[in-house]
Structure formats: C-alpha cells, structure tokens
Design a protein around this ligand. Structure first.
Ligand code: MLC
Ligand code: AMP
Length: 515
C-alpha cells in the first residue's frame, strides 16, 4: 500500500487549529483565512477531478500573480496532478514550445491572453482552457464556484511528479525539470528547521510565483509553519518596507534588496520587527550585504539553489553544530550545504577537490529532481555515474565549510534573478535577415546585477541596425531576455581554434552600465 506522500496533506496538517485566523493579507485589503484556503483549494481540486483527467495530467498556468493562482497550485497537488507554472513574460513562440513539449490537459491563462493562448492550446491538443485574472475574474473560478467545499487529497507516493519547472538549456530549447512530492516535501521541511521558522512569523511575499524562489521557498516556508503571508501581487520597494512593521520574514533576489536600499524609509526602526532577510537566485554583492547591515542592523542570509534541486546551501540562521557552531551570515558566500544535501567540488574528471580549491559543484540528496521531462539523454548527461547532479556552477568550499560560487561553466546570464541563455538569443539573432553571426554576453548592471549585451556581425554587404535587432527580439521573446544594448561589429573575437572569445567581449563592455 502507498503511504500518503501528497505535499498538500503536509500543508493541510500544518494549518493552525483556528481556521478562521488570517492566512493571507492580500492587496486591496482582502483577507483570506485558512478556511478560505482549505475550501477554495477543495473546490478547484473537485473541478479538476470533475474533468476526469488521466492521473498526473499537466496543468499549465500562465497568469498574473494572485492568491487564487496559489490556490490553483495547491489544488493541483491536492488532486494529484502536475503543476506547470509559466512566466507571464513569455510570448507566443515560447508558450507554443512549452505546450507542445509538456502536452498539458488543462491550460489556465489570463483573460486578456485567451485569444492567442487558446489558439496555441487547441493546436497542441489541449481540450480545456480556463481564464483567471488577478482580480478573481475568469472561467476557472466561475466553474469552480459550483463545486463541493471538501476534498480528499489524492494518494500519491514520494516519487510522484508534482511540478514541472522549465529551465532554459545552454544548447537547444528549454528542459522541464521534474520535481516530485518527495523533493518538495524534504526541502520545505529542511528549510523550516534550518531557518528556525517561529510561531509568530509573518512572511512578506514579494516575488513572482512561477519560479522556485517565490513558489516553493517562500510559500512552502510560510504554509508549512502555519504562518500568514502579507501578499504583494507586484514588488514595490516602498510598500515592501511599509509591510515590515507587521512582517518578520522577507525573501528576495538581490535586485529587490538594492531597490529597497535606495529608499530613505529603510532604517533600523522600519525593520525592527523583522527576524530574517533571505536572498538568492543570483549572486549578491558583498557590498550590498554590508550596505544592508549598515542600514538596518540585519545580516541578510544568502542561500543558493536551482529549479532542479530547490535549495542546496544556506548561510546559518542559528549556530550550525555541523560546522563548529559558526553562525556568521557571511556576505559573498552561500553558506553551508543544507542538512541532507551532499555537496562536492570536483575537477574536470569528477574527482573531488580539497577544501578551498575551485571546481564544478555537484550535489546529491532527496531534494534533487527526477530528471528532465521526456529527455532521458539530457538527464543522463547531467548526472555522474555515482549519482551526483552537475549544477553547472563553479565554486569552492572553504575548510570552515562556507561555500562560495565564483562562476558558472554553463553560458548563462542571471538578470534580476531570471535566467537568460545566450544561446537562445544568439540563435534568434542569427536568423534575422542580413545577420551573419552574433554573441550575447552578460555584463554588470547596478539594478539587475547582470544584463545581456548583443554583438552582431552583418553578412557581407548587408545593412543591419542595432535598434531593429532589439525590436525584433522584443517582439518575440520574454522582455527580461531582451539585451539592454546591441552593437554592430565587423567580426567576433576568436581564438586560434576559431572559438568565439566571449571573455574579450565581456571585458570590452564590462563598464557599459557601471562606469
Ligand atoms: C524586468 N525587466 C528586466 C527584468 N525584469 N530586465 C532584465 N532582467 C529582469 N529580471 C525589464 C522589462 O523588460 C522592462 O523593460 C523593464 O525592466 C521594466 O519591467 P517591469 O516588469 O516593470 O519590471 P519590474 O516589475 O521592476 O521587475 C523587476 C523585478 C523582476 C526585479 C521585480 O524582474 C523580478 O521579480 N525578478 C525576480 C525573479 C525571480 O523570482 N527569480 C527566481 C528564479 S528561481 P522594457 O524595456 O520592456 O520597459 C531560481 C532558483 C533559486 O533562480 O535559487 O531561487
Ligand atoms: P534557475 O535555473 O532559475 O533555477 O537558476 C539556478 C541558478 O541560479 C544556479 O545554478 C546558480 O547559477 C544561480 N544561483 C541561485 N542562487 C544563487 C546565489 N545565491 N548565488 C549565486 N548564484 C545563484
């Protein structure tokens, strides 16, 4: 007999006894109680049951951030199906690929996008397309309104697929990282203990909910502790600081912290109620860490993770007995491997390196994903013979245990916490009329940390202008992927083997935004 491992049940069991207590304070002075969450997720799960979908059907969701979107996520787990969140910035070419690749049974989109999304969905054999807006409008809630308010969660085992998160590939198209109920449960429980969640904690939720930081780390953390959330449909630095008089925990990418640092309202007094600030998804400059501490008296806790693995390392929240009771949240580092995570730094032959030596970071643990959706070869490539996942990140672990990320072996730009794969942008540019080739690199940026710069070589005799290249990318791709600068050049720098020397392009434009 299968032991019930549905993560929704763990969340349900963590709800406070008083179900009338507030669970979410949303924008527009709306309060949702635990009872509201319990009943609304039951109604949505009953709707999914009513559709009589095959077990493990994918529910693809591209909607603006809202509490109802979270309910849909929870209801999908509750009904035993697979949640597939999609960034709202994705345009039709990108969405078309995800629908074709994931073959969802249901698509939920915003009412404004119904025309083009439903066309793509029907073309890809999807039978049901619902709409959901960020102000509780749309056919999804209309249909769910008639459903019963109780629902017995589907029985699943720890290896049952729960969520697919698409991550771009260094070559070719995006890959769907498959996370099981066991993966998300183990990571959420680990973080609950390691970050010392308290009975009186209140999370300020400011991140998007289509990636693991906002969807898993933040929401799971609060809910598994039965803690309420102050909900922001969109991040705004001033409003986030205002919420700190009632909140205790904040999670953000470095851009959110630098934007709040620019606010005069950020002081020791305005953050005095706060217990914990967490940063991740992109490297935080040690300088930002120090500036935050100077402004607020709080040391940000930086942690490191991936869609494929959820969280891997964390600076200590409390003294860590595994590492000599060290408790320092050290800026510029990502802390210690989380309990249950085995992390090693290896050379090019997968041989473990001694402390302080730089190499590839590989990990193993109950949090590591099941593999890439329908890509067994890609999955096999990313694991070593002894079962470690190759993160593609380059770093070192000091003899005191602290892990530092120094770079990436994957050609990737992380801009404001979103991943942009140069290969995807280059292949798009290379197909534009008159273009011979291109190179896209990441350069430092004061707001987004890193942004893309495109260097484009026209074909002999062709006229290509930079503004048209940018406009073409903007018309087809998610806005965060659009390079912030484009230059037309005669040739790309190459080494004697003919390989493009991206380090030289990067060096040439390194100070474009920071000089
Ligand atoms: C917006 N823009 C960006 C951008 N976000 N450009 C580059 N990088 C980004 N991240 C551009 C838009 O294209 C637009 O340009 C302009 O900025 C304003 O758009 P906006 O939508 O108004 O921006 P804003 O709302 O201010 O968004 C910025 C942001 C957002 C930082 C709040 O990017 C954000 O929420 N980032 C968090 C990402 C995240 O959650 N990552 C977690 C991944 S999980 P134009 O030219 O069109 O006007 C993961 C694993 C882990 O990595 O470890 O956690
Ligand atoms: P994603 O594919 O969106 O899950 O992004 C995962 C990648 O984000 C990791 O492989 C790292 O390169 C990067 N990342 C996440 N957290 C950190 C951090 N704290 N410091 C540096 N890089 C990070």
């Amino acid at each position: 007999m299968t032991t019930q491992a549905n993560f929704f049940v763990a969340l349900q069991q963590a709800m406070p006894i008083n179900k009338k207590a507030p669970a979410i304070w949303a924008d527009g002075d709306l309060t949702y109680s635990w009872q509201d969450l319990e009943e609304a997720t039951a109604m949505l799960a009953n709707l999914l049951d009513d559709l009589q979908l095959p077990k493990g059907s994918r529910i693809a969701v591209q909607v603006d951030k809202s509490v109802e979107a979270v309910m849909l996520y929870l209801a999908t787990l509750r009904a035993g199906h697979v949640f597939l969140p999609l960034n709202t910035a994705y345009q039709s070419g990108e969405i078309g690929y995800f629908l074709e690749n994931a073959t969802p049974a249901v698509v939920v989109c915003s009412p404004a996008n119904f025309g083009w999304v439903s066309k793509l969905a029907f073309k890809n054999g999807v039978e049901r397309v619902f709409t959901l807006s960020d102000d509780r409008q749309g056919t999804l809630l209309e249909r769910a309104a008639a459903m019963p308010r109780t629902h017995q969660a589907a029985v699943v085992d720890a290896d049952t697929l729960a969520v697919i998160i698409y991550t771009s590939g260094t070559t070719g198209r995006s890959k769907g990282a498959m996370l099981s109920h066991g993966n998300i449960t183990s990571n959420a429980e680990t973080l609950k203990a390691y970050w010392d969640w308290q009975p009186n904690d209140v999370l300020i939720h400011a991140l998007p909910i289509f990636h693991v930081h906002g969807l898993f780390v933040a929401i799971h953390g609060a809910m598994l502790n039965g803690s309420p959330m102050i909900w922001m449909n969109k991040f705004d630095p001033k409003r986030a600081i205002d919420h700190m008089s009632k909140g205790t925990v904040f999670m953000g990418v470095p851009t959110l912290y630098t934007r709040m640092l620019a606010e005069p309202g950020l002081t020791e007094a305005s953050t005095k109620n706060m217990r914990l600030f967490v940063s991740g998804s992109a490297p935080m400059l040690a300088e930002t860490h120090a500036d935050w501490q100077a402004a607020t008296g709080h040391a940000i806790l930086e942690r490191y993770g991936m869609s494929e693995t959820v969280m891997l390392t964390s600076n200590p929240c409390l003294p860590d007995a595994r590492y000599n009771n060290q408790a320092e949240r050290r800026g510029g580092t990502v802390g210690f491997p989380l309990p249950g995570v085995t992390l090693r730094v290896v050379d090019d032959d997968n041989q473990p390196l001694p402390a302080d030596e730089i190499g590839g970071i590989q990990v193993k643990g109950p949090n590591v994903f099941l593999g890439y959706w329908q890509m067994p070869e890609k999955t096999a490539e990313e694991f070593t013979a002894d079962g470690f996942f190759k993160t593609g990140d380059v770093g070192k672990q000091g003899s005191d245990g602290y892990v530092t990320i120094v770079g990436r072996s994957k050609d990737l730009i992380i801009s404001g916490g979103y991943n942009v794969y140069p290969a995807e942008i280059e292949s798009f540019i290379n197909n534009l009329p008159g273009v011979a080739e291109s190179g896209v690199v990441g350069v430092p940026h004061p707001d987004f940390g890193e942004v893309g710069v495109a260097v484009v070589v026209p074909k002999a005799g062709a006229a290509v202008d930079a503004a048209s290249v940018i406009a073409a990318i903007k018309s087809e791709m998610a806005n965060f992927k659009v390079p912030k600068h484009c230059v037309i050049v005669d040739a790309l720098p190459r080494n004697i083997m003919g390989k493009v020397q991206k380090n030289l392009i990067r060096a040439e434009y390194a100070e474009l935004f920071t000089a």
